[in-house]
Write a protein that binds this ligand. Structure first.
Ligand code: SIN
Ligand code: CO
Length: 399
């Protein structure tokens, strides 16, 4: 498919049109982005996920027992849901794509964007009146209406220091000026794209309102500077430091002069201006898993010959839920394959193949270097052998 093909997902715009006119710039409502949307999750299933350990879930109650806009964090239990009123609350569950393959499948629709920019799919459920208040997010998001209706109102681009309501655990805007041209009720399958920094407010209008938020990541300058400096810093020899060989005698020994500042500036800029290291750092950062603890590294190293035999006998390897991959070419036939915050140098076509698929059979072994790379990925927990239904039942019995 070319970048100029009109996409139903984008209301008939091509990916190229959308990226030129809307991405990071302006909101876009797309009616019927997902025609006949088959809601992959019920409110009860979402509530079930919110009761599980290690699943990040929040409950926002507009009039909670402990005050207005009360936020509680999961895991929840039946008692939590039993005490809730019939309106004005929202359950939000993060990274549902890690747990529900049919939710993860929605991500395939967004392949016109770099996969490493995607963060996760958050799913919310709200009875009538439920909302998280008018607010601003610092990331791009596609809000897909899964079931029921949600009334969305936008308030335009908001300054970083826009006042927020004090004394609550949510960042709700003190003032929210509704733009009458940006006021819609979304039906199942409709989608609203919002760039970072736009004030928005979505209120449930039905007792089955579910919204799927496909969110993106972009490190802030603050995070990037700190993280890149840390990454580079670890690699600098102790001998590389401020030096002032050949300087003239001081006229005033108390002065920190501009020549000294220029020497320090040159040391810093010269050290950080390293495109190869920038690529190594950025690939690692953008493939950091959302929840590092969810990776299950092997206790013992996998022998290469065992892995090769298993693939040749028909077993398949799959990417672990939440695993993140990207590749960066370092020559005409070599690349760094980034996987879950690590980097492996390998054959370029192998890196492209691994980063572009979710399932791998023996055909992957046609690439040079494949066994070494696959063993590393399996041992790190980025790839694994799928659990069969029988093994799953056995594990459940043991629990
Ligand atoms: C929601 O799903 O209730 C809120 C999503 C958002 O505003 O970012
Ligand atoms: Co939001």
């Amino acid at each position: 498919m070319s970048a100029d093909t009109p996409l139903t997902l984008l209301g008939g715009l091509s990916a190229a049109d959308f990226l030129r006119d809307y991405w990071q710039k302006a909101p876009l409502l797309i009616r019927g982005a997902f025609p006949d949307f088959d809601n992959p999750l019920s409110p009860d299933e979402l509530a079930g996920l919110a009761c599980e350990d290690n699943v990040e879930a929040r409950l926002v109650e507009e009039q909670g027992p402990e005050g207005a806009w009360q936020v509680s964090h999961g895991p929840f239990d039946d008692r939590t849901f039993a005490r809730l009123p019939e309106h004005d609350w929202t359950l939000l569950v993060q990274a549902v794509d890690h747990y529900v393959p049919d939710v993860a499948a929605l991500l395939e629709e967004f392949s016109f964007l770099p996969r490493w920019r995607l963060d996760d799919i958050m799913v919310s459920y709200a009875p009538p009146g439920g909302s998280v208040g008018p607010h601003v997010d610092q990331y791009d998001v596609f809000l897909v209406q899964g079931s029921g209706q949600r009334h969305w109102q936008l308030g335009g681009k908001v300054a970083d220091d826009a006042p927020i309501i004090k004394g609550i655990d949510l960042r709700i805007l003190q003032t929210f000026d509704i733009d009458p041209d940006h006021d819609w009720v979304l039906e199942p399958g409709d989608m609203l794209y919002l760039p970072p920094g736009w004030a928005h407010h979505g209120v449930s209008q039905s007792d089955d309102c579910m919204t799927y938020s496909v969110g993106f990541r972009a490190p802030s300058a603050d995070e990037a500077i700190t993280s890149f400096a840390d990454y580079l810093g670890e690699q600098q020899p102790a001998s590389k430091r401020y030096s002032d060989a050949g300087m003239p005698p001081s006229t005033d020994p108390g002065e920190l002069d501009s020549a000294a500042l220029e020497r320090m500036r040159a040391l810093i800029l010269d050290t950080i201006d390293d495109p190869a290291q920038l690529a190594q750092w950025f690939g690692r950062v953008m493939t950091q898993p959302k929840y590092v603890d969810q990776l299950a590294p092997s206790d013992t190293p996998t022998p290469e010959d065992e892995l090769v035999t298993a693939l040749q006998e028909g077993d398949i390897l799959v990417t672990a839920p939440g695993s993140r991959f990207a590749w960066h070419a370092i020559s005409a036939d070599r690349a760094t394959l980034f996987a879950d915050g690590d980097g492996i140098e390998c054959d370029l076509a192998l890196a492209q193949d691994i980063a572009g698929r979710n399932e791998f059979d023996a055909s992957l072994l046609d690439h040079p270097d494949a066994p070494r790379v696959l063993v590393k990925l399996v041992d790190a927990g980025s790839l694994g052998w799928p659990v069969t239904d029988d093994e799953w039942d056995e594990e459940e019995d043991h629990d």
